[in-house]
Ligand binder design. Structure first.
Ligand SMILES: Cc1cc2nc3c(=O)[nH]c(=O)nc-3n(C[C@H](O)[C@H](O)[C@H](O)COP(=O)(O)OP(=O)(O)OC[C@H]3O[C@@H](n4cnc5c(N)ncnc54)[C@H](O)[C@@H]3O)c2cc1C
Length: 217
């Protein structure tokens, strides 16, 4: 079993703002699990490229997927990549431009990406992805075809070399600036789901399924 604390490596040692760093797996995993979004950085023709995509975590591995023809995925197989996840939690309005900031939770994971080859395992991973997107949905879906599984690539990476960084709280101004008649504070930012919209091509009489209405509620 992996340890609760990630080992700090030369790459993951947080130098700037180190008091905001965390190497606690629980904190890191909460950051990963609270969103679908990530950005994956990789080398394409020797030059850096960063591509946004969906991620999901299973135990101590992180996964992402795409078309088998995706350049971002093909270029990542058995290569070093850097995957990051970010939540923007608030705007920090300070008394000076210099101290404006944002509240955030973020994670950076370094490692080698591995392609899932076995079609059954790949299909299982895709089920887990759908279940992260919308828990309870998989049993309602038409089964994936072998062609669809073949057309999809799933990459995984162990979560071994990783860091989290979190900023909370309000503005941190210079002492003398607290005397200035300038309003300062926090504008919190929350992500929320909106009203669901039925696909106009739904068959007549189909109700919004419970797994959808439950999550949105
Ligand atoms: C939404 C958001 C907005 C930000 N805006 C700014 C900004 O405008 N200006 C600014 O200077 N900084 C900003 N930061 C912080 C920024 O991510 C870096 O932490 C900071 O710029 C220091 O960079 P560095 O390369 O010197 O880090 P270093 O401390 O040298 O990084 C060393 C290692 O620390 C870890 N690390 C560094 N940053 C993060 C992170 N954010 N999350 C997880 N691990 C990390 C990585 O493993 C990295 O390899 C922002 C962060 C977030 C999430």
């Amino acid at each position: 079993m992996s340890s609760d604390q990630l080992s700090i490596t030369e790459r993951t040692r947080v130098k700037r703002g180190h008091t905001r760093a965390s190497f606690d797996r629980k904190i890191l995993y909460e950051i990963l699990d609270a969103t679908l979004l990530c950005h994956v950085g990789y080398l394409r023709d020797g030059k850096p490229a960063v591509i946004p995509t969906v991620q999901w975590r299973e135990g101590d591995h992180i996964y992402w997927h795409g078309s088998s023809a995706s350049r971002a995925l093909k270029n990542s197989i058995d290569e070093d990549v850097c995957l990051s996840v970010t939540h923007l939690d608030g705007l920090i309005l300070a008394r000076s431009a210099f101290h404006h900031s944002v509240n955030y939770r973020s994670a950076v994971i370094y490692g080698k990406a591995t392609k899932i080859i076995d079609p059954d395992l790949k299909a299982k991973k895709l089920e887990n992805m759908v279940e992260k997107i919308m828990p309870g949905r998989w049993p309602h879906l038409r089964a994936m075809t072998a062609k669809e599984v073949k057309a999809t690539m799933v990459l995984s990476m162990p979560i071994e070399e990783a860091s989290a960084k979190i900023r909370t709280g309000g503005p941190i101004d210079d002492d003398e600036d607290y005397e200035l008649p300038i309003w300062a504070g926090i504008v919190p930012i929350h992500s929320m789901m909106g009203e669901v919209e039925a696909d106009p091509r739904n068959l007549q009489g189909l109700e919004i399924p419970e797994h959808v209405s439950n999550l949105v509620r």
